[in-house]
Write a protein that binds this ligand. Structure first.
Ligand code: GDP
Ligand code: GDP
Length: 484
């Protein structure tokens, strides 16, 4: 099982994070100075991931030492015992000299590091995230341990490591049973880590599409209100009666995660239908439906939101759609039961209008009219799923981006701040899934939100990424290629 160590200065929120991931309060074992601390390990879960956290967080109270001394102890212990280190800084404070000192040390070690800027529930933390890039530990994750924000990004960063550790353990177990030799096991493990480094966007510059990534199954979730036809759709797609369907809302079904192929492409269907078991009362079910969908969305890459074309788009549908976009997943809307609809144009116009006004942050979300019951336009639906998945994985070369940026800025320069131009200097794509870009600006805080929207919508139109959530982060102008 993967062992994670959380390190960082006192008060950045390590214990809060520890508690959230383990569901436990940190136990201080012995607080007398000079007594060797009995290091604890605690089982932790993050959505579908199981791992262990080495408890280094209580250390500050244990040693009557300087902060630096305590941090050194903590870090040494982490380096010796952990598979992955989670370095936490306080996003509100930004990067402190002590953070830099320890980041320099950790960076030289041969252990994967995930960097998190905590307390991102406050506005002041935004600039802390940008500063954290300076530590050279890759893309920082904005977290709020206290309010539970940013955990899907943490999940994304941790997942390949947990998977690699589990595979390594499985391979070693097989090896011990004499099935395979150890070298094979370790080799595949290394590959995982290489993929991870690329994926996490460590360093700058262009990254090519990873051919192995293309081979991995697309994780897809089918969500929607009760009775819109989700199970019918799943059955139609899988071509067999995997799930029960019926007119009765809230029928008991099992949760499934089904490996599946469509048109020679691999998929995994994430389905949390089992959650519906609890839902007996309509009221409870409505509430549960959202929670259920939210869980599936976190595990998925592409989310198909199924609507009943006979019913108006409701607030719940929009809540789910909005959540898909916020989580950075790709969204496809399936207008099911199209066979029952009379005034088709009116329904589509209505939907367009609602999406435009309620989800303005993503333009041109793909909508497919279809019938699960009659198995019509399933092909179209799946083509949209594959298309949007490919776009979601898209990487735009830096040179093209910067030519584009120059054009955008000369068309419409950002407003002056205190009489001086707010210069936009450089742009690069820091990761895909979803496409995320960083822009270097002389005064990020002064750049109006409308300008960010102008850039995001421009990216979507000019690089053809309809319906894909696009992330943009602003950084101060220090050129990333400049040596200090
Ligand atoms: P540690 O010393 O690194 O273990 O830090 P703690 O977990 O004890 O947290 C230090 C303080 O920061 C506590 O008062 C927490 O309530 C607070 N804190 C922790 N996480 C967050 C967060 O995400 N947002 C905010 N605003 N405060 C936090
Ligand atoms: P779920 O609760 O979202 O999983 O919905 P079900 O798949 O159980 O479907 C609810 C009802 O809608 C069932 O009676 C289905 O036969 C019906 N249904 C599903 N898809 C369609 C469709 O495309 N057209 C029509 N007319 N009925 C459908």
């Amino acid at each position: 099982m993967l062992r994670l160590a959380i390190i960082g200065r006192p008060n950045v929120g390590k214990s809060t994070l520890f508690n959230r991931l383990t569901g436990k309060k940190l136990a201080i074992v012995d607080d007398r100075p000079g007594i060797t601390r009995d290091w604890q390990r605690a089982k932790a879960t993050l959505y579908d991931l199981d791992f262990e956290i080495i408890d280094t967080a209580g250390l500050e109270e244990t040693f009557n030492d300087s902060i630096e001394g305590r941090m050194r102890q903590q870090t040494e212990h982490a380096l010796k015992n952990a598979d992955v280190i989670l370095m936490v800084i306080d996003g509100r404070d930004g990067v402190m000299p002590m953070d830099r000192h320890f980041a320099d040390w950790i960076r030289r070690q041969d252990v994967p590091v995930i960097l998190a800027a905590n307390k991102c529930d406050t506005k002041a933390a935004k600039s802390g995230i940008y500063e954290a890039f300076e530590l050279g530990l890759g893309e920082p994750i904005g977290l709020s341990a206290e309010h539970g924000l940013g955990f899907s990004d943490l999940h994304e960063a941790l997942e390949p490591h947990v998977r690699a550790a589990d595979e390594k353990a499985a391979a070693l177990a097989l090896k011990n049973e004499g099935f395979i030799n150890k070298d094979d096991a370790l080799e595949s493990d290394d590959e995982e880590f290489q993929n991870f480094d690329e994926d996490s966007g460590v360093g700058y510059g262009d990254l090519e599409e990873d051919p192995e990534e293309a081979e991995k199954p697309i994780k897809i979730a089918i969500v929607g209100r009760p009775n819109v036809g989700k199970s019918t759709l799943v059955n139609a797609l899988l071509g067999e009666q995997r799930m029960m369907t019926g007119p009765e809302a809230g029928i008991t079904r099992d949760a499934v995660s089904i490996p599946w192929e469509y048109d020679d492409r691999k998929l995994t269907l994430v389905d949390t239908a089992g959650m519906r078991k609890r839902a007996k009362v309509v009221d409870a079910m409505e509430r549960d439906m959202v929670g259920d969908a939210l869980r599936a969305i976190r595990l998925a890459q592409v989310v198909v939101l199924v609507l009943d074309s006979n019913q108006a788009l409701e607030r719940q549908d929009l809540t789910i759609a909005d959540h898909v976009i916020r989580e950075g997943r790709a969204l496809v809307i399936a207008m099911n039961k199209w066979d029952e609809v009379d005034d088709r144009q009116e329904i589509l116009d209505n939907l367009d209008y609602k999406l435009d006004t309620s989800l303005p942050q993503v333009k041109r979300i793909p909508v497919v009219t279809m019938s699960a019951l009659h198995k019509t336009r399933l092909d179209t639906l799946m083509r949209r799923v594959f298309d949007i998945y490919d776009l979601w994985n898209k990487r735009v070369p830096t040179a093209r981006l910067n030519r584009w940026l120059e054009m955008m800025v000369s068309h419409h320069p950002p407003p002056l701040t205190q009489g001086r131009p707010n210069k936009i200097r450089y742009m690069t794509q820091i990761k895909a899934r979803p496409p995320s870009f960083a822009v270097w600006v002389s005064r990020p805080k002064a750049l109006p939100e409308t300008y960010e929207k102008y850039l995001v919508n421009g990216l979507r139109d000019d690089f053809d990424m309809p319906g894909v959530p696009i992330r943009l982060s602003l950084r101060t102008t220090k050129n990333p290629y400049h040596k200090k």
